[in-house]
Design a protein around this ligand. Structure first.
Ligand code: PGA
Length: 252
């Protein structure tokens, strides 16, 4: 509810990593999620091939399982694609859309991302929409204008804190070990909060804004302690239970 403190969310994006043998790693994360459940929500987004097995493995624990992308249509002749309804059916309760790797390698634009966001919401999935500037945009001083444009063009007209999470991921910080200064993170997250409140009114106060890009146990405290940072979207460091739980334990 608006006015209440936002419950932090630490989400792991496994990208194209993981096989059935990874069930043991996700079991460890589920066990850790139990201990942390009072203070932080945990989500793991494995490749789609593992969603059903992971959902069964973590049943009864507070750990949630999500997808990494979805198609905008509910069904049809779209070879190789997956509908949001299918992810839900497999046991996902969330999905990431608009990740910069999808934008880059699959030519997704903001209009596509908005269609996917609406599809994910239609299916009842919590939707994590990724936005962020490239290095060239930051160097050109165009960070906030790019963020504003992505916000405006990628997000639906209506949303609340159950259906929508924003992830601010500077493209140049993903997988590089580089991170923005906390002042830069605070600037973008504060800007996004204003945009959220303008668009969604009181719900905009309750919608979580995650930071993503080279989050590790060593830098998590600094990043997650920044104003308007309500959690993290973690790539590489989410593959090992110890590192992922180490990041979440920042809220311990
Ligand atoms: P990284 O990836 O933590 O490996 O930088 C983050 C992401 O792509 O979501």
């Amino acid at each position: 509810m608006a006015g209440e403190p936002r419950r932090p969310l630490v989400a792991g994006n496994w990208k194209m990593n993981g096989l059935m043998t990874s069930v043991s790693e996700v079991s460890k994360i589920a066990a850790g999620a139990r201990d942390l459940a009072q203070r932080v929500e945990l989500l793991v987004c494995p490749p789609a091939t593992l969603i059903a097995a992971f959902a069964v493995t973590v049943r009864g624990s507070p750990l949630r399982i999500g997808g990494q992308d979805c198609h905008s249509e509910a069904r049809g002749a779209f070879t190789g694609d997956l509908a949001a309804e299918m992810l839900k059916d497999a046991g996902a309760s969330a999905v990431i859309v608009g990740h910069s790797e999808r934008r880059r390698y699959h030519d997704e634009n903001d209009t596509d991302v908005r269609a996917k966001t609406m599809a994910a919401m239609r299916a009842g999935l919590m939707t994590i929409v990724c936005i962020g500037e490239t290095r060239a945009e930051r160097e050109a001083g165009a960070t906030l204008s790019r963020i504003e444009q992505q916000f405006h063009d990628s997000l639906p007209v209506a949303a609340d804190e159950k259906s929508l999470v924003i992830a601010y991921e500077p493209v140049w910080a993903i997988g590089t070990g580089l991170i923005p200064t906390t002042a830069d993170v605070a600037e973008v997250h504060g800007f996004l909060r204003k945009q959220l409140v303008t668009r969604y009114r009181s719900a905009g106060e309750a919608i979580r804004i995650l930071y993503g890009g080279s989050v590790k146990p060593v830098n998590a405290k600094e990043l997650l302690g920044t104003a308007n940072v309500d959690g993290a979207l973690v790539g590489g460091a989410s593959l090992k239970a110890e590192d992922f739980l180490g990041i979440a334990a920042t809220y311990g």
